[in-house]
Design a protein around this ligand. Structure first.
Ligand code: DGJ
Length: 715
């Protein structure tokens, strides 16, 4: 028997991979000391028979394939015309290279190969797992089911946190007590979806943001997925994540392979926020490009909620002037600049500048914008076509559909089968031309409908192929235009996950610019995604999605805790609001390096407070956002207990937002601690353990506290 050990400073992993036996994960969790031997872990993994159980131990392999005879959940299903269904994979080769482990398995009876690739990342403790199925037989292999891996987890993790939501309400957490049988989240929408983010967390009932064990797992995949947590009758628990297929979707000819999307997983012994920090470190070191990491994220101005489809060159120039004056650094021209796209009924697919709206092309607008010192960005929705478009009239057969079944109406648009090379080539040529002919540094890549009938012309399902074609098209464009940044938008956060992020640079977190909604959405997204990739815009005074009126103070402080931007009509907003917005933008610029490189903190607070912060990696500075989303039950709001500070340092604590704000009552903690002025020096340990009394503030307001370590204190 051979057991392989992988260690990071925080995490250990033990995998049994003995030639001639199924591969098994024996341990994943807190770093074990060096004296712990693989033999000890293996012996502790010895099975115990029970009433009614088989006379031998049935190995729980990484695939939980039917051939094991385990009679529980499965993570693999395949057959050749009804035969060869009962694979059992045995290890045939293992390669370990420091923190990478490659395990090759084969079932000689069914002629199917299965490979696992583990990597434990030293800087984050994040574990990535990929797998590949190969058809070594001569006949076609139908792959029905393929979890990237099925991972046994400790039964003490009795809580499951999943993510649900809707359009304008993404990333809502749902915490359940694990129950006998299967917790199953499936997504068949063809994008990662608003309601089923591909991630799950297992933790103990007492795990909170800053205390307790948490195991987070996410699938880096922009399409259909299945996530399961299975609680077996013998007490074992398995988490399985993988892509989800339609019937016949994955058919492998002789020697063909299916490569699964990666599982990206993080373990934390110290609460959910620490788990998120591990994911963020991984995103920063392995998913975002070095170019994106190095460049400060510019303040966006986006035209959508200001003008919608009503493009007018003079008005847009006037808006750009105002945007530049209050500190915008990028101007993104949203939907409506091309073809016959004067509303959402027509024009998608015709990616040519509209002569009717821009008789001299986009150059006059771009020259104006870049002349103001702003970078130009532009909107595309490449995967879609309106039936009322020249593209559809020329190529009605390019759309995904099931022959003989009516298309489901959905924002008056159909989905192109971009897995067809001629379709991808057309889109590449159109986008490449716009980028080559203009000075454009940013593309907002939108995608506004589910794939209800993702069938191709031959009658096969193409959801999986569509995702791979999308990633390839993005990569092709990024290779040709390496300085252009891409945003993934899908009616807001319908495609925000670590898979798309490997091919883009930021996500449009939600179509809701309602700052109250945004507090919950951005907090939910932060479980897996760092703040710098979360597009966050200041919307109009009366939110277009909810009709709610929120102060500029609340709106701008909420957008500041992400990649900040705005999309309100600067020509009609009250002057006082614009002055305040300008101040907020200046504050964002002052702190964006901290916000986008530091360690995220989420504080444990009562539900009426959303408290998040960022502490610099050297702990010399921090910014905390305390949002009072509703009123509090008692006379006074609670104390907040900061996290992540250096207990040995003194910090100068100041209230930096709202500017010069006074509490509604006296005596005031703001006055007593001079929080509006010089601030007060307080020990980090005291700030974390004794906490700070919040001032009496109105519901629907955000307070930003800045902490700066006193120079010379302990350096
Ligand atoms: C949906 C996006 O989420 C919005 O921000 C906007 O770009 C519209 N599509 C444009 O049609």
């Amino acid at each position: 028997m051979t057991v392989y050990r992988l260690d990071s400073p925080t995490t250990s992993l033990f995998v049994r991979a003995s030639i001639g036996a199924p591969p098994e994960l024996l341990y994943w969790g807190a770093r074990l000391n060096d004296a712990v031997t693989a033999e000890e872990i293996e012996r502790l993994g010895t099975s115990q028979g029970g009433p009614g159980s088989a006379d031998i131990a049935i190995p729980a392999s990484l695939a939980l394939e039917p051939g094991l005879g385990l009679l529980g959940p499965t993570g693999f299903g395949a057959h050749r015309a009804g035969r060869d269904w009962g694979s059992r994979f045995d290890v045939v080769a293992v390669e370990q290279n420091d923190c990478r482990l490659r395990i090759t398995c084969l079932d000689p009876r069914t002629q199917i190969g299965l490979e696992y690739r583990f990597r434990l990342h030293a800087e984050s403790g994040v574990l990535t797992i990929g797998s590949t199925v190969t058809n070594h037989g001569t006949d076609l292999l139908d792959l029905n089911e393929m979890a990237t891996a099925c991972l046994p987890l400790p039964a003490r993790l009795t809580d499951v946190i999943g993510f649900t939501g809707r359009w304008t309400g993404e990333f809502q957490r749902e915490r359940l007590a694990r129950f006998a049988g299967g917790y199953v989240r499936e997504n068949r929408k063809g994008r990662s979806s608003h309601d089923a983010f591909p991630g799950v967390i297992l933790c103990t009932p007492s795990t909170s943001e800053n205390v307790g064990e948490a195991f987070g797992l996410t699938l880096a995949w922009s399409g259909n997925h299945r996530i399961r947590v299975d609680s077996l009758s013998d007490g074992r628990v398995f988490a399985s994540l993988g892509a989800l297929f339609f019937p016949g979707e994955i058919r492998l000819a002789a020697s063909e392979r299916y490569v699964s999307p990666d599982i990206i997983a993080a373990f934390s012994p110290d609460g959910l926020a620490e788990m998120s920090r591990a994911f963020h470190t991984h995103v920063r070191s392995h998913i975002l490009t070095p170019h994106m990491r190095a460049k400060p994220r510019p303040v966006h101005y986006n035209t959508w909620e200001a003008v919608y489809f009503d493009h007018d060159l003079d008005q847009l120039k006037a808006i750009a002037d105002k945007a530049a004056a209050i500190g915008a650094e990028r101007f993104v021209l949203d939907d409506g600049w091309f073809g016959s796209r004067r509303d959402d009924h027509s024009g998608l697919g015709d990616w040519f500048v509209s002569d009717a709206v821009y008789p001299e092309g986009l150059k006059p607008l771009i020259d104006h914008v870049t002349g103001l010192g702003l970078e130009m960005g532009i909107w595309f929705e490449p995967e879609m076509v309106n039936p009322d478009s020249d593209l559809f009239r020329a190529h009605p057969d390019w759309v995904l559909a099931i022959k003989g079944v009516d298309q489901i109406p959905y924002r008056h648009q159909y989905v192109l089968d971009i897995s067809r090379p001629e379709v991808s080539d057309y889109l590449f040529a159109c986008i490449d031309k716009i980028l080559s002919d203009h000075t454009i540094g940013y593309i907002k890549w939108d995608m506004n409908r589910d794939l209800n009938h993702p069938g191709d012309q031959q009658g096969g399902a193409r959801s999986d192929a569509q995702v791979r074609a999308l990633w390839a098209l993005l990569d092709r464009l990024r290779a040709k235009h390496p300085n252009v940044e891409f945003e993934s938008c899908a009616s807001g956060g319908g495609r925000c996950e670590l898979g798309i992020l490997a091919h883009t640079d930021r996500v449009w977190t939600s179509d809701s610019n309602d700052a109250l909604d945004r507090q919950a959405i951005q907090r939910g997204a932060s479980y897996f995604l760092p703040l710098e990739v979360l597009g966050a815009h200041v919307g109009p005074a009366h939110c277009h999605q909810t009709g709610r009126a929120l102060s500029m103070g609340m709106r701008s402080a909420t957008a500041l805790m992400g990649h900040m931007g705005m999309e309100l009509n600067l020509l009609t907003e009250p002057t006082a609001d614009l002055v305040e917005l300008k101040d907020a933008i200046a504050l964002y610029k002052q702190h964006r390096d901290l916000l986008h490189n530091g360690a995220l903190q989420r504080l444990d607070t009562p539900d009426y407070i959303v408290a998040m912060g960022v502490v610099a990696t050297d702990q010399v500075e921090a910014l905390f956002s305390i949002a009072l989303v509703t009123g509090h039950a008692r006379t006074l709001p609670d104390r907040v207990y900061f996290t992540g500070l250096d207990p040995a340092r003194q910090y100068r604590l100041a209230l930096v937002w709202p500017d010069a704000w006074q509490s509604k009552s006296v005596p005031s903690v703001i006055d007593a601690l001079e929080l509006n002025g010089r601030g007060t020096l307080i020990n980090g340990d005291a700030l974390m353990r004794a906490g700070l009394q919040l001032p009496l503030a109105s519901p629907e307001s955000v307070l930003l506290y800045h902490l700066k370590a006193d120079r010379g204190c302990c350096d």
